[in-house]
Design a binder for this molecule. Structure first.
Ligand code: IPM
Ligand code: MG
Length: 363
C-alpha cells in the first residue's frame, strides 16, 4: 500500500526581497500539513528573478524552466527590486516569472480574496463593507498586453514612441472563461466578466466568447462590467461579487484592489493553472523596503500552500486545516506589522509561520 503513495515534486523558487522569508514559512506549514495528511513531498530549489540574473545571467534559466515543467507544483516567493530597475523591460527580474507562466502555459490565475473576520477592522474600508467578503478573481495570465506583439520603441518624426499590443484569441478567452464558470459552479454560481467593451475591440470579442461559454452553464448567473465600473464596485459593494473573470492587464490591477479588502495585500494567495504543473505564489511583490527585517507577512504564501494542497494534492481537508490554522492564529490576535491593529500582538514573519505550523499540528 505505502509504495503506492504518490510523492509530489515541489520546486521552490524563493526569488527576491521578502520572497525567501515568506517561502520559508510556507514550507514549514506545508511539511507539517503534509505529515498530518499522510502526503509526501520531494523538494527541489531553483533561482528566479533578480537573484537568477546575478547568479545565472538570466531571470530564469532553461534548467529552472525544465525543473518547473517536471514539478507537480512550484512555490514562488516574489521577484524584483531596485537593484534591477534600470534594466530594459525584457531583461528585468519580472521576466523570470512571466517566462515561467507563459512557457508552462499557466493561463488561469486564481486569486481568492476572503476577509477573515478578525481582520475586518484591518481593512481601510468599513467593517460592514468588507465583512464576510469571499470572492475569487480569475485572471487570464499568458496573453493580453503583457505578451502581445508587436511591442517596442521607435522614433518617428514627432519624437519617441512606445507601443504594446492588446490581443486575445477566441481560444484563449474560451479556456479561461471555462475555468471561471467551473469555479462558480463550486461556489455561489455567479460570474462577473470584466472588460472595456465600450471602447476596445478585444473586449468586444471577450464579451461575445464569455456569453457563448455562459450558455453551457445555465445554472450560473453572469453579468458584465466595464473595468472602471468594476474598480468602483469593488470598494463600493464588494459583497456583490462571487467570481470575477477578466484579462491579464485588468486582472493585475483589480486583484491588488481586491487584496485591500482583506486588510492587506499580505493576505492574498494565488494559484496559476493550466499546464501540467501549477504555480503557487502570494499576490504581493518582493517589498524590498522591508526585506530581511522579519517584518513580512507570510500568510499570503501560507494560504497559497492551502491552494496547493487542495488543487495539486486534491486534499481539501488538508487545505482547510491550513486555513483554519491561519484563522485561529488571527483569532488569537497575532499580527504582522501590515495587519496590526489595537490589541494585536505583533509578531515577526518567522514567528507567524511557527504559530500557524503549531496550529496546523494541533488540528
Ligand atoms: C502579479 C505581479 C506580476 C504581474 C509582476 C511581478 C510581473 O504584479 O503577479 O500580479 O504583473 O503579473
Ligand atoms: Mg500584480
Amino acid at each position: 500500500m505505502s509504495s503506492e503513495i504518490k510523492t509530489f515534486d515541489v520546486l521552490v523558487l524563493e526569488g527576491d526581497g521578502i520572497g525567501p522569508e515568506v517561502a520559508a514559512e510556507a514550507l514549514k506549514v506545508l511539511k507539517i500539513a503534509g505529515e498530518a495528511a499522510g502526503l509526501q513531498f520531494q523538494f527541489d530549489y531553483g533561482l528566479v528573478g533578480g537573484i537568477a540574473i546575478d547568479k545565472e545571467g538570466l531571470p530564469v534559466s532553461r534548467e529552472t524552466v525544465q525543473k518547473a515543467r517536471n514539478a507537480d507544483a512550484i512555490i514562488l516567493g516574489a521577484v524584483g527590486g531596485p537593484e534591477w530597475d534600470d534594466l530594459p523591460t525584457l531583461q528585468r527580474p519580472e521576466q523570470g516569472l512571466l517566462g515561467l507562466r507563459v512557457t508552462l502555459d499557466l493561463f488561469a490565475n486564481l486569486r481568492p480574496a476572503r476577509v477573515f473576520d478578525p481582520l475586518a477592522d484591518a481593512s481601510t474600508l468599513k467593517r460592514e463593507v468588507v465583512s464576510g467578503i469571499d470572492l475569487l478573481v480569475v485572471r487570464e495570465l499568458v496573453s493580453d498586453l503583457y505578451f502581445g506583439e508587436p511591442r517596442g520603441f521607435r522614433t518617428t518624426e514627432e519624437g519617441r514612441e512606445a507601443f504594446n499590443t492588446m490581443r486575445y484569441s477566441e481560444r484563449e478567452i474560451n479556456r479561461v472563461a471555462k475555468v471561471a464558470f467551473d469555479a462558480a459552479m463550486r461556489r455561489n454560481k455567479k460570474v462577473t466578466s470584466v472588460d472595456k467593451a465600450n471602447v476596445l475591440e478585444v473586449s468586444g470579442l471577450w464579451r461575445e466568447v464569455v456569453c457563448e461559454v455562459a450558455r453551457e452553464y445555465p445554472d450560473v448567473e453572469v453579468d458584465h462590467q466595464y473595468v472602471d465600473n468594476c474598480a468602483m464596485q469593488l470598494i463600493r459593494n464588494p459583497a456583490q461579487f462571487d467570481v470575477i473573470l477578466t484579462g491579464n492587464m485588468f486582472g493585475d490591477i483589480l486583484s491588488d484592489e481586491a487584496a485591500m479588502l482583506t486588510g492587506s495585500i499580505g493576505m492574498l494567495p494565488s494559484a496559476s493553472l493550466g499546464g501540467s504543473s501549477a504555480l503557487y505564489e502570494p499576490v504581493h511583490g518582493s517589498a524590498p523596503d522591508i526585506a530581511g527585517q522579519g517584518k513580512a507577512n507570510p500568510l499570503a504564501t501560507i494560504l497559497s500552500i492551502a491552494m496547493l494542497l487542495e488543487i495539486t494534492c486534491r486534499n481539501a481537508e488538508a487545505a482547510d486545516r491550513v486555513r483554519r490554522a491561519v484563522e485561529a492564529v488571527l483569532n488569537d490576535s497575532y499580527r504582522t506589522e501590515d495587519i496590526m491593529s489595537d490589541g494585536g500582538k505583533l509578531v515577526s514573519c518567522s514567528r507567524m509561520g511557527d504559530l500557524v505550523a503549531e496550529a496546523v499540528r494541533s488540528g
